[in-house]
Write a protein that binds this ligand. Structure first.
Ligand code: EPZ
Length: 423
């Protein structure tokens, strides 16, 4: 299995361009099933998850053309569309569930074998199903007990749906299904992430009538038909946040291009609390980690616009070396501290108590053999490897390949001492 060898590096310096958002492009690719016309998607990141979603769309009968060297994908779901998502692909990427609503709309039937839980949590989908049932779908309860979503709908109609938790995936699945349902749907306590707004913009370009995306109440007036479009995906806010932390933790100075600061207000505020200098310039966001002492702060993850759970582990990397103790509370996922053990192998001395991790801070970390326990945690242990004495060997880096485009090249371009070694 491939690994990363990370060595203590000088403060990172230079500029880096942020790629398109993984968590925006995946639901947008699923939404291409809602039309039989051509959809061109631009600024697509060359990631493993994008490959898997492409394979899934092809298996379902869509024609996909991938030109990831130009960050471009073409999808035309104009053939006979199958209702069943192959487990082989679904088990590689739980985001496959995002095709559920579009598949139901397109074929009147959707069969998706659910993968089990993953490192960060059980990942239930009861809210996705609550929404689809409200729109008129039926779900085979016996099949569900076997972990298979087998949903049918001759016709979907508008409804008022309340989400018990502002689930990103449930919001996306319901919005896609409601876009071509008969009548109006009001989705309350909806997720407000920027990726929801990008999906709504994509669907509205296709002819949908969606208002309120980015707020907790989304109104969707169902339309007869959606047409093909061309769409640029928004930049990846979590990749941007990860590179902001890379400047802070190495006390370097990086100009981050193609990022939208508005999508990272909570992370920018917290970095500034740690003494990191951040300036919005015409060329991009300048992050200077060496201007002031690096001090600690507390973090609590929340649904957007709160501090993003996907930035919890990269930010914790910073807190292991910041001056002073800090507390990180993870409120979104039930098991997202798997990286604590990896940080502790490097000498971070972190203790966890339920939803909280207590980070003593001010540690002189030592290189160690560590594991990427999820894609964000993988990036986080690379960050600590950049400042730890000695060599840090990171395994299970396929997680990182899922979510960070050209990660090694981008870091090397900033002066990082990192190599990818293939076993
Ligand atoms: C999306 O996952 C992202 N993935 C995740 O990013 C991100 O961490 C997450 O949103 C939260 O921001 C994609 O967009 C592909 P949720 P999703 O449904 O949709 C509970 C990454 O690193 N929940 O908002 O699965 C659930 O158990 C990945 O890029 C229910 O209880 O997230 C979790 O605790 C990791 N019932 C919480 O909500 C449900 O029916 C958040 O889940 C659905 C969710």
């Amino acid at each position: 299995m491939a690994k990363f060898l990370v060595k203590k590096s000088a403060p990172l310096n230079g500029e880096v361009k942020i790629s398109g958002s993984k968590n925006a492009v995946l639901p947008i690719m699923a939404a291409t099933l809602l039309t039989d016309e051509n959809c061109e998607i631009l600024d697509v990141p060359a990631l493993r998850d994008v490959d898997v979603m492409c394979e899934l769309l092809s298996c379902l009968g869509a024609t996909t053309e991938k030109e990831l060297d130009n960050n471009r994908i073409n999808v035309r779901a104009d053939g006979e569309i199958s209702s069943e998502a192959p487990f082989e692909l679904v088990k590689q990427m739980r985001a496959s569930i995002l095709v559920l609503g579009a598949l139901l709309l397109r074929t009147g039937h959707a069969i998706i074998h659910l993968p089990g839980g993953c490192a960060i949590g059980e990942r239930p989908i009861e809210l996705h199903l609550k929404g689809l049932r409200a729109l008129g779908a039926t779900v085979d309860e016996d099949q569900l007990l076997k972990g298979i979503v087998d949903a049918r709908a001759d016709e979907l109609h508008g409804a008022t749906i309340y989400l018990d938790f502002p689930s990103v995936g449930a919001t996306e699945v319901i919005v896609m299904a409601a876009a071509v349902a008969k009548g109006t749907t009001i989705l309350e306590n909806a997720a407000q992430e920027p990726e929801i707004v990008d999906l709504a913009n994509f669907l509205n370009k296709m002819g949908a009538r969606i208002k309120g995306a980015g707020t907790d109440t989304i109104k969707i007036e169902g339309v007869e038909k959606l047409h093909g479009v061309s769409h640029h995906v928004i930049p990846d806010r979590i990749e941007a946040g990860t590179f902001m932390v890379s400047a802070a933790i190495t006390r370097g100075k990086i100009l981050i291009k193609n990022m939208l600061p508005d999508h990272l207000k909570a992370v920018i505020a917290k970095l500034r609390e740690c003494g990191v200098y951040i300036e919005f310039t015409d060329d991009g966001v300048l992050v200077d980690g060496g201007r002031n002492p690096l001090v600690s702060t507390d973090i609590k993850t929340l649904p957007y616009p709160g501090f993003p759970t996907d930035m919890q582990s990269p930010f914790m990397a910073l807190l292991t070396v910041a001056k002073g103790p800090s507390v990180v509370m993870e409120t979104v996922f039930e098991n997202r501290f798997m990286h604590v053990g990896e940080f502790n192998r490097m000498g971070a001395g972190i203790r966890t108590e339920g939803k909280c991790a207590i980070i003593p801070g001010n540690k002189a970390l030592k290189g160690a053999s560590v594991v990427a326990t999820d894609l964000r945690a993988g990036a986080a242990v690379v960050l600590t490897g950049l400042i730890a004495d000695g060599v840090t060997e990171v395994s299970q880096i396929y997680h990182i390949d899922r979510g960070y485009e050209h990660f090694v090249d981008k870091l090397k371009g900033l002066g990082a001492n990192i190599e990818r070694i293939e076993d």
